[in-house]
Design a protein around this ligand. Structure first.
Ligand SMILES: [Zn+2]
Length: 309
């Protein structure tokens, strides 16, 4: 059992050993050129020198990660990763600031970096496959910063009007039954964006399940089957046909966002989604394993925020 009083969360050298074990199971790897053999420890604890003639740079376990060139001690980073990974509903920058004993601003910068580490990167294989079910749905959360126009009769676009409320942020999520979730913040959940997301992320052999929204009618023909429940007729499930999994995911997201992240600006929404997706996708492993997975995700990602301290 991992506890927040563990030495890796209070002692920088202990934290370094743990992070090195997670990132470098086969020994140090140069974070600048990828050298795995010609590298040597320097006199400074945790600092290595690359022996690749084209590189010859110094590096540490945080080089080339979201933690690079930060003055925050590694044990605080590790505790931050652990807290954000293990808290069911998420954790605010304020809570991080109090629990880590860093300034609010530092807590905020750390939080964004940790979330960036949780974002799925690189080439991800399609969801679903033969016999698998993927549910797709869209939802709306929080006001957009620049409201879009209403319909000509002055009412907001409705679900059946295929646009959704004009002044809300649109989110499209795909959830595989007993599997993982992928969420997308789109300017509009319209035919174009929904078709692209569904096409790019779901294997053709999959059974696609949605509500009666017309957004999915055309793209649905590409899949093994496209089955729908008619929510407007109070039909929520027919045999194994339903969208309860994706709706359950939306309610976790909204509860968490209301409780913790009242002031999420729209340009960061995709990162909040990445955090909730990450926790959902790692729900079957322990808190400690989930934190290690997030630390591994810190590789190859940099945020260009100015350093807070
Ligand atoms: Zn190198």
């Amino acid at each position: 059992m991992t506890k927040i009083t563990d030495p890796m969360f209070t002692d920088e050298a202990e934290a370094r050993k743990v992070v090195e074990g997670i990132r470098w199971p086969q020994g140090p790897v140069c974070g600048r050129c990828g050298e795995t053999v010609r590298r040597y420890p320097t006199k400074r604890e945790g600092r290595y020198r690359c022996g690749n003639p084209g590189c010859r740079k110094d590096f540490t376990v945080t080089t080339g990660t979201v933690m690079e060139s930060s003055h925050i001690k590694l044990n605080k980073w590790l505790l931050g990763f652990y807290l954000v990974s293990s808290s069911k509903k998420g954790m605010s920058a304020h809570q991080l600031h109090r629990m880590l004993g860093v300034t609010y601003k530092t807590g905020w910068f750390m939080h964004h970096r940790i979330r960036e580490a949780m974002r799925a990167g690189g080439l991800v294989p399609p969801m679903g496959g033969e016999g698998a079910i993927v549910e797709a749905d869209e939802t709306y959360f929080g006001k957009v910063e620049e409201p879009k126009s209403l319909r000509s009769d002055g009412r907001p676009y409705s679900k059946s009007g295929a646009r959704g409320p004009a002044n809300k942020r649109a989110i499209v999520s795909l959830v595989e039954r007993d599997g993982s979730v992928r969420s997308f913040h789109v300017p509009r959940a319209d035919l174009h964006s929904v078709t692209r997301i569904v096409n790019e992320n779901i294997a053709r052999e999959t059974r696609l399940m949605t509500d009666e929204s017309r957004l999915y009618t055309r793209v649905g023909k590409e899949f093994a089957s496209h089955e729908t429940v008619v929510h407007s007729a109070k039909e929520y499930a027919r045999g194994d046909v339903h969208t309860n999994t994706v709706e359950g995911y939306f309610s976790i997201f909204k509860r968490g966002m209301r409780g913790v992240y009242q002031h999420c600006s729209e340009k960061h929404l995709h990162r909040y989604l990445a955090e909730f997706d990450f926790r959902y996708n790692a729900r079957k492993i322990t808190d400690g394993e989930r934190a290690a997975l997030a630390v591994k995700g810190a590789e190859g990602k940099r945020l260009t925020y100015r350093q807070p301290d």
